[in-house]
Design a binder for this molecule. Structure first.
Ligand code: PHE
Length: 439
């Protein structure tokens, strides 16, 4: 079976695929609103520390497991620790990316709708703010978009690792950088943008409390696709002779860079339009169309074009991430259950589509269904980001630091990273999880 496995062709394409997984809604949708809510530059500093001391070690741990086993999550555990309870980690991490995929695909669907709206130059009037709320609470529109988004992922994953995922990511990921830089240039030159730039550069530590720290850490995991086996699965497609540290550092650097540029693409526009930066999750869908509308009064064509570029960026960033979650489930079904790629793609489609329907309707007809004060969408997001990802992160680092043979691990990484994996990351994440639960 292992012989039939496809591989990423080069280091460049491996990094593009991994960075494609990392760069997604997390960078463009979540990061800017979290920065806006938690003290601008101060939050970014905590985020950078979390990326270095906690996320990078998890990233390396997952990569080491993937490369050492050349298997999907479950198969990796069965290969490296046969017949042990570690197989549960393998199983959980088959399920967790699919849980994320189900609600992620709903937001991906929203970006399709907003792209169509921007193509029709519909954002050129300032009264577009209510559009987002009306749209997501309706029944059919979001469901159709969710289906379209998931179907697009299915087609890419169906084409395989080399001809689908690798080919798509190696074109899309660099393109995303070009697009976001263009948007940043537009945003930073708007009249009044300076306040937004200052906001991103001047730390306000009074906003930093335990909750802000745990948000920064959670965001860093989400952004680097950690703890749910997607990086492990992608790393299993890396060639044996490849240097893992280079891929890990390359991917993390691209992901960080993209998040920061996205911050500079969004915040200056937000300030230029005189909008509250802490607007929350609706920031890019609610506030930005308004900004495009407001700016569009004097330059309708330019702002209309920027709106199109902006939603193209969100859609493609979401696609390159979603296919990595999709592939994690597909790889498991092909390898462990002898499914053909086509059947695996169909089964995952059916599961994520069904759960995604519930998530989509949880903003409309099912809005009244609340568990622990959250709607279905919020519940899955909290469960994945606050429990599955950190837990997976701890277990992957413990596995590599304490269970795998030391020489095998040490041949891939430097001493500093080894100790980060063995002690700093698991203990640090555990401490943050505990604070989160008591707080
Ligand atoms: N990293 C992706 C983003 O920032 C989300 C993701 C999470 C992708 C988990 C894969 C696995 O949008």
């Amino acid at each position: 079976m292992a012989n039939n496995r496809e591989n990423f062709g080069s280091r460049f394409t491996a990094v593009m695929a991994m960075a494609g997984s990392a760069i997604g809604l997390g960078n463009i949708w979540r990061f800017p609103y979290m920065v806006g809510q938690n003290g601008g530059a101060a939050f970014i500093i905590i985020y950078l520390l979390a990326a270095l001391f906690l996320s990078l070690p998890i990233f390396m741990a997952e990569s080491i497991i993937g490369k050492a086993s050349h298997k999907s999550t479950f198969g990796a555990m069965e290969t490296l620790a046969p017949g042990t309870k570690w197989k549960w980690l393998g199983l959980i991490t088959v399920a967790s990316p699919l849980i994320i995929m189900s609600y992620y695909s709903v937001v991906g669907g929203w970006s399709i709708e907003f792209l169509f709206k921007s193509l029709a130059f519909k954002f050129n009037s300032p009264d577009v703010t209510s559009y987002f709320g009306n749209f997501i609470s309706s029944t059919w529109g979001p469901l159709i978009c969710h289906t379209l988004f998931l179907a697009s992922c299915a087609i890419i994953v169906l084409c395989g690792v080399t001809k689908g995922i690798e080919k798509f990511s190696k074109i899309t990921t660099p393109l995303l950088f070009v697009l976001i830089v263009v948007i940043m240039a537009y945003s930073c030159t708007l009249p009044g943008a300076k306040a937004g730039i200052t906001y991103l550069l001047k730390p306000d530590f009074s906003k930093i409390d335990a909750q802000a720290v745990s948000m920064a850490v959670g965001q860093s995991f989400f952004s680097l696709s950690l703890g749910v086996g997607t990086i492990l699965t992608y790393a299993s497609y890396i060639k044996k002779e490849e240097n893992l540290l280079a891929t890990g550092l390359g991917t993390s650097a691209f992901d960080l860079l993209f998040a920061i540029i996205a911050g500079f693409a969004i915040m200056p526009a937000v300030f230029a339009a005189g909008i509250e930066p802490g607007a929350g999750p609706g920031l890019i869908f609610e506030t930005l169309p308004y900004i495009f509308g407001k700016m569009g009064v004097h330059t309708p064509v330019l702002s209309g074009l920027i709106a199109i570029l902006f939603f193209v960026t969100i859609l493609f960033a979401a696609l390159t991430s979603a296919i990595s979650m999709y592939e994690t489930g597909v790889a498991y079904l092909i390898e462990q259950k002898n499914f053909s790629r086509r059947n695996a793609v169909l089964v995952i489609f059916a599961g994520c589509w069904a759960v995604g329907i519930l998530c989509s309707l949880s903003f409309g007809p099912l809005a009244g269904v609340k568990v622990l004060g959250e709607n279905i969408f919020g519940l899955l997001d909290k469960f994945a980001s606050n429990i599955l990802m950190p837990l997976g992160g701890i277990l992957f680092t413990v596995f590599v630091g304490w269970k795998m043979p030391k020489p095998q691990v040490r041949s891939e990484i430097s001493t500093v990273i080894y100790y980060l994996i063995k002690y700093v990351a698991p203990l640090g994440i555990l401490a943050i999880m505990i604070t989160q639960f008591i707080g």
